[in-house]
Write a protein that binds this ligand. Structure first.
Ligand code: C2R
Length: 175
């Protein structure tokens, strides 16, 4: 995944307008982006992935965040590690809901990113999910639940996915 690389939609959805925008602070966060994209693909949610850093490419982040809603994006997932400014900066440039995923990397193994995201000042809302790849997956599921408020088909797909994961969890526990 190169910096600024955009990946639109899932195979089969073609050039559908992305409903979820995933922004990563670095190419090194790609595993989180892939975890989110895999879940969004499974749910049939068109998405785009970009790599841009609020610290290193502030103008690019600002342009992306400011244009996201006009381009049809409805929810943003922002993943970053270390001193993670990205989700808060994106939230300051858009009215879209922003889901932050702290990347579990560096000497503090993500504690720094987690604290950066849960200590944003009043008026800058970011919903922070689990650290690491679980956060990528759960961020996608949370984005899907937000979209499902106005999309009964997606709500049905989410319910079926939850039912089958509960059944397979129960099976594992009884084996
Ligand atoms: P490199 O591997 O590129 O040095 O990045 C990235 O999310 C990544 O986890 C190391 C880590 O720095 C993070 N980073 C941020 C921001 N930009 C990059 N937290 C930001 O703008 O918040």
């Amino acid at each position: 995944m190169e910096k600024g690389h955009r990946k639109a939609g899932r195979p089969g959805i073609g050039k559908a307008t992305p409903a979820v925008g995933v922004i990563l602070g670095s190419v090194s966060d790609r595993a989180i982006g892939e975890a989110a994209a895999e879940m969004l693909d499974r749910l049939g949610i068109p998405h785009e992935i970009v790599v841009a850093s609020a610290h290193r490419n502030p103008d690019e982040v600002r342009r992306w965040a400011r244009s996201a809603e006009k381009r049809g994006i409805r929810v943003v997932i922002a993943a970053a590690g270390l001193a993670a400014a990205l989700p808060g900066v994106v939230a300051s440039h858009t009215m879209l809901p922003v889901i932050g995923v702290p990347v579990a990397s560096g000497p503090l193994r993500g504690m720094d990113a987690l604290l950066s995201m849960v200590q944003l000042p009043s008026g800058v809302p970011v919903g922070t999910v689990a650290l690491g790849e679980t956060g990528g997956k759960n961020g996608a599921l949370l984005a899907a639940r937000i979209l499902a408020l106005h999309d009964p088909g997606l709500r049905g797909r989410l319910l079926r996915m939850r039912t089958s994961s509960m059944k397979s969890g129960a099976k594992e526990r009884t084996q």
